[in-house]
Ligand binder design. Structure first.
Ligand SMILES: [Zn+2]
Length: 462
């Protein structure tokens, strides 16, 4: 079948009401499994619920005649074709916990005003259904492809992606893969993620308690300290001062934001430490100077690691969590750096910057990013599919967020969020990891058409 007829056939297939109804009902079945990854239980490396999601996916895929291979409940492969040359589609079936404040039941699919609500609809069970229906389209239309499509279904994406580390140990990665775990069009690069912590043991005696932030990968929205001081302290717009049993409590309220997009955040740790310095509660020239300065900005200038390039824009650096325990103050940093910069160089720069203030790097971890040229033929093939189905110009993008693409060779993130379909429930609801998470019906079926067209395009060039 030539590309034009593949595209025509895909348009028709995904407009079929019976196919649409089946897809929604299959999505409902997988959403009903509360597959939050947990501790290992017997043969289940991420707990029973993640294993149940893989079993449910196996049942759905085998129902349509596809072969599945269970990789010891770390992940699963669904195969279409018998060529040794493979194209991969990588999705994950684990979800983040539902959390509070849903207007509907999180682990049941709710169909409402063209939206399909439920935990995992957007991230990443809806994309699994899109990938399954892309396979169905090719199979049921009898279209022969020059490669096998391997759909890889993981169950540890949200926690650590050890599922894909396992996959590459037991299977040869496909020659090219995409992961529908982001937004359309194609993501050609992800920044390297570096997480580290700096410890200070020169904490002034006047600090009784000090804590701020909830997770290392977000700008801290709240921080507080309890201090012993005879200074007169007044509340301000973002600081409230009160007397407590063991001293004076100073609370700072900022604005939380994801570490990949810190621009909209206001770091409460910076507000708190800045206040302690300005009011002479702590002396200048110590740990607090560096902590206040490095959390008040997000470009890593204070730590001497600021950098930028044309493809990625600038490095970001977020001081997400601070804690005081056993006389030691520990400040965490989540750094999104350019993939070209060696992580050892970043570590050395931070060590150099903090040592003058009595700090030392005590924890260090990194996850290497990637970059593919927008001129790559495969990137062009995916972009064309997007442009022709969406009818708009699509430019490949880079991001600070991380997906499976960094864990599997020759992989990019591709869809399935469609910008014009996001935001129906405001900025605090409806997206990945938020309450009332949704995929719109239009997104679900348009994505299937884009993926089918993209596979058709790839079949002509790889
Ligand atoms: Zn995801």
């Amino acid at each position: 079948m030539n590309n034009i007829s593949i595209n025509e056939a895909a348009k028709k297939y995904f407009a079929d009401e019976a196919i649409k109804a089946q897809a929604i009902s299959d999505l409902a079945e997988i959403i009903a499994v509360p597959s939050v990854a947990g501790d290992a239980e017997g043969i289940y490396p991420y707990g029973k619920n993640c294993a149940l999601a893989l079993d449910k996916a196996k049942e759905l895929c085998e129902k349509y005649g596809f072969t599945t291979v269970n990789h010891d409940y770390h992940c699963m492969s669904v195969l279409f074709g018998d060529s040794e040359r493979e194209i991969g589609i990588v999705c994950h079936l684990d979800v983040v916990p539902a959390g509070d404040g849903w207007s509907v039941e999180p682990y049941a699919l709710t169909r409402q005003n063209g939206l399909l609500l439920g935990r995992g609809t957007h991230d990443d069970k809806g994309p699994f259904i899109q990938a399954l229906y892309t396979l169905r389209f090719f199979k049921e239309n009898g279209i022969k492809l020059p490669f096998t499509i391997r759909l890889i279904l993981g169950s540890d994406e949200e926690v650590g992606s050890s599922d894909l580390e396992y996959f590459v140990k037991v299977c040869k990665p496909p020659m090219f893969s995409f992961t529908p775990d982001s937004e359309f069009p194609v993501c050609i690069g992800e920044k390297t993620i570096v997480s580290l912590a700096v410890e200070y043991d020169n904490v002034p005696d006047c600090i009784v308690e000090l804590n701020g932030g909830t997770v290392p990968n977000a700008v801290a929205g709240y921080a507080y300290a309890v201090v012993k001081t005879d200074k007169k302290l007044a509340s301000t717009k973002s600081i409230s001062v009160s007397s407590v049993e063991n001293g004076i409590k100073i609370e700072a309220v900022g604005k939380a934001a994801h570490a990949a997009m810190p621009e909209s955040g206001v770091n409460a740790i910076a507000l708190l430490c800045g206040y302690l310095l300005e009011n002479g509660v702590v002396e200048s020239k110590g740990a607090f100077d560096l902590i206040a300065a490095s959390t008040a900005e997000y470009l890593g200038k204070t730590l001497g690691i600021n950098a930028s390039n044309e493809d990625f824009g600038y490095l970001t650096c977020v001081g997400g969590v601070i804690s005081l325990a056993n006389g030691k103050l520990i400040q965490s940093y989540n750094i999104r750096s350019l993939p070209e910069t060696p992580v050892e160089q970043i570590k050395a720069s931070v060590e150099n910057a903090v040592s003058a203030f009595g700090g030392k790097v005590v924890a260090f971890g990194d996850s290497q990013g990637y970059f593919v040229s927008a001129d790559d033929e495969k990137i062009k093939a995916l972009t064309e599919a997007c442009e022709s189905v969406l009818g708009i110009e699509c430019k490949p993008y880079t991001m600070g967020g991380g997906t499976y693409a960094r864990w599997l060779p020759n992989t990019v993130a591709f869809g399935s969020g469609i910008e014009s379909e996001r935001g129906y429930l405001g900025s605090e609801r409806g997206n990945a990891h938020q309450r009332d998470e949704y995929i719109s019906e239009k997104e679900l079926f348009t994505g299937m058409e884009i993926y089918s067209r993209a596979i058709g395009n790839l079949s002509k060039i790889v």
